[in-house]
Design a protein around this ligand. Structure first.
Ligand code: M6R
Length: 642
């Protein structure tokens, strides 16, 4: 069943009908972008865990490791590099264990080396952990433990936690209590999974600031940092809350606080299937996700768009309708692509709702002590719902009394659960590190929000109806662009060797120019800059030469003629012009070396369509240059470090 509203999260088969928002005092910001998988059941653990890690690799891919609890002790394999390298090294033929944990890492503390890769063991070699997060007081704990004679083999804070658990175990002789004692002593954040040869029927997981989901199968449990590693085994999951742990045995799973107070783990049903996290015949996840956009855009609008009434139904905002109606200002927060969506949203919201909008980098927001009042509505935009900077900014806004909303993709994510209300974008899992379908779905959600707010204020039914109708036809127009992707591919081949690239647009197309530049940078490593087209003459035009392509987004809107002048200025300096233009514009062919045509729509929605060829261009250029499209260097999908 698809989730409908922000708080009608997923079909509940537990004992609760609504998911209450979590209070901010409970929310900590996780600081490591890694993937965790743990397994206890009847199947061979190693293969199942490594396969799970492959699903999570987009969360981090600089080193990986696995530990299984064999009859004669722990089997640990870990290495620098991708999960495929780990897979090559694991001696599956010799392994029998049905209990183990694994990890794929994006380094924060310590370089990506074999020694720093997880799992980490205690000094006895009998307890092993994998850990996401950061132990802030690791230095103090390490020196105390060193004084007692404990040794350390890595540069990581995670190993300190492993050794600390081992130290407590020596005294307590009980794994659960040892874990509890250590977790109470550390400051910082963790998503933790732990196994030990002391007890071959126990998997312990815990969470503070870094997500842990527990999948419940037939006589087996799979714990992971996100549901992609679980969905092929079961749809029934428990999301651990902050400061909660689970003690999982083959016969059952108990959730409790770290302080040992029993909690009622609520069971949710995942609302997507395994196909949605597989490539389905496409060469890359990114290409698959680009091609999913007619569907994902439609899904973002499903059940919400009322064309005849010229209005929108957003069930997830019901609880805060009055707050929104009376908002004096909207503040949109996000990072990277989500920030670009916010910038594009600003045009739609100011145009349709006539409410002042500010768009802020979430990473900068709280450091300038922003002036916020109870009349402000702050909207966090986030695909993952786990971005640390966005969470921290939201916390600041909440502290200062604003109503906080989310425009989020991942159901049940921390941002989704921390906000007063919100709008899910329903894009489905996005695996490619470069965000594509989430961006257009964010634009869909923001367009819906703009229409919803517009109709609360001055927008007439007629105007509303026209916009709703235009939105309704966007998916088929996206499909049209995808059906003509071949022309973008040949343009990509022509410009793939460029060292520098400009992306230029005006008005509502400026944010999309920024997004086009970001896509190209991320996956092709070409230095690409996005600018408002008219800004070129104020400096950047000095960089133009006959080797530098300048891509202009130039639909036939109110700024068309002015953008043509900007094109002329770049042409006059020898720049190579690529244009994204509206169907039927023949004049542009006289100015541009290459033209990509997109269907026409209302000017405020045109940026949505202009996005698609930009994604395709970045993709095909990256393929041409032979980069790793889905896992570009230095990046990770979900940025949970500040
Ligand atoms: O999960 P979020 O939307 O909060 O992520 C925000 C950015 O980290 C993300 O959009 C990033 O810029 C992408 N790699 C862009 O493709």
């Amino acid at each position: 069943m698809r989730s409908k509203d922000f708080f009608q999260i997923i079909k509940k088969i537990g004992n609760s009908t609504s998911l209450r928002p979590i209070k901010f005092k409970n929310i900590l910001i996780g600081r490591a972008m890694c993937g965790i998988v743990g397994y206890i059941g009847a199947k061979s653990a190693a293969g199942l865990i490594v396969n799970g890690l492959k699903r999570l690799e987009y969360r981090g891919y600089d080193s990986a490791g696995v530990v299984t609890v064999e009859d004669d002790g722990l089997y640990v394999e870990k290495c620098e590099g991708k999960v495929a390298e780990l897979d090559r090294r694991v001696k599956y033929g010799e392994l029998r264990a049905t209990l183990g944990v694994g990890h794929t890492r994006w380094a924060t503390h310590g370089a990506p080396t074999d020694a720093n890769a997880h799992p980490h063991t205690d000094n006895s070699g009998a307890i092993a952990i994998v850990h996401n997060g950061i132990i802030e007081n690791h230095a103090a704990i390490k020196s105390k433990l060193s004084e007692k004679g404990y040794i350390f083999r890595s540069e990581t804070d995670s190993e300190v936690l492993a050794v600390l658990i081992g130290c407590h175990y020596e005294r307590l002789r009980n794994l659960e209590e040892a874990a509890r004692a250590a977790l109470s002593e550390i400051e910082g954040t963790f998503g933790l999974a732990m196994v030990s040869s002391h007890d071959r029927d126990i998997l312990i997981v815990a969470r503070r600031g870094s997500p842990i989901v527990i999948g419940m199968g037939e006589g087996e449990y799979i714990a992971a940092s996100d549901a992609s590693a679980i969905i092929q085994h079961t749809r029934q999951v428990i999301y651990l809350e902050d400061n909660e742990m689970a003690v999982i045995r083959r016969g059952g799973c108990l959730t409790k606080t770290i302080q040992n107070v029993a909690t009622k783990g609520k069971i949710h049903e995942l609302d997507y299937d395994v196909e949605s996290i597989e490539k389905g015949g496409f060469a890359h996840f990114m290409l698959k996700e680009i091609y999913e956009q007619p569907t994902s855009f439609r899904d973002a609008m499903r059940g919400r768009l009322m064309v005849e009434d010229g209005n929108v139904k957003l069930g997830g905002l019901r609880l805060v309708e009055d707050k929104i109606r009376n908002a004096k200002r909207l503040i949109l927060l996000g990072c990277g692509t989500a920030w670009h969506a916010g910038l594009a949203g600003e045009y739609m919201l100011e145009r349709l709702a006539k409410i002042p909008v500010e768009v802020e980098y979430a990473s900068e927001f709280r450091y300038r002590n922003p002036i916020i009042s109870a009349d402000d509505v702050v909207i966090a935009i986030s695909q993952s719902g786990e971005t640390a900077d966005t969470l921290a900014a939201l916390r600041e806004a909440k502290l200062k009394g604003a109503t906080i909303l989310g425009v989020v993709n991942v159901v049940g994510s921390t941002i989704a659960r921390s906000t007063d209300a919100g709008v899910y974008i329903h894009a489905g899992p996005e695996i490619g590190v470069a965000s594509t379908k989430a961006f257009t779905s964010q634009l869909a959600a923001l367009a819906l929000l703009a229409l919803y707010l517009g109709r609360m204020h001055s927008l007439s039914q007629l105007e509303g109806s026209m916009i709703a109708e235009a939105l309704r036809t966007i998916p088929e127009k996206i499909q049209f662009i995808l059906d003509h992707a071949e022309s973008v591919r040949s343009i990509a081949q022509e410009y793939a060797k460029a060292d520098n690239f400009f992306f230029l647009g005006r008005g509502a197309n400026f944010p999309v120019a920024l997004e086009g530049a970001l896509k190209l940078k991320e996956i092709s490593y070409i230095n690409a800059q996005g600018y408002p087209a008219a800004e070129m003459k104020h400096g950047p035009i000095a960089l133009i030469d006959d080797k530098t392509p300048a891509l202009f987004i130039v639909p036939k809107d109110e700024l068309y003629e002015k953008t043509l002048s900007n094109i002329e200025e770049v042409r006059a300096r020898g720049g190579r012009i690529i244009a994204i233009a509206g169907e039927g514009d023949t004049h542009i062919q006289k100015l541009a070396e290459s033209v990509i045509y997109i269907p026409n729509t209302l000017p405020i929605l045109q940026p949505i369509l202009a996005t698609i060829p930009l994604q395709l261009l970045a993709y095909y250029i990256a393929v041409e240059r032979g980069t790793n499209v889905d896992m570009p260097r230095n990046l990770a999908k979900s940025v949970t470090v500040e």
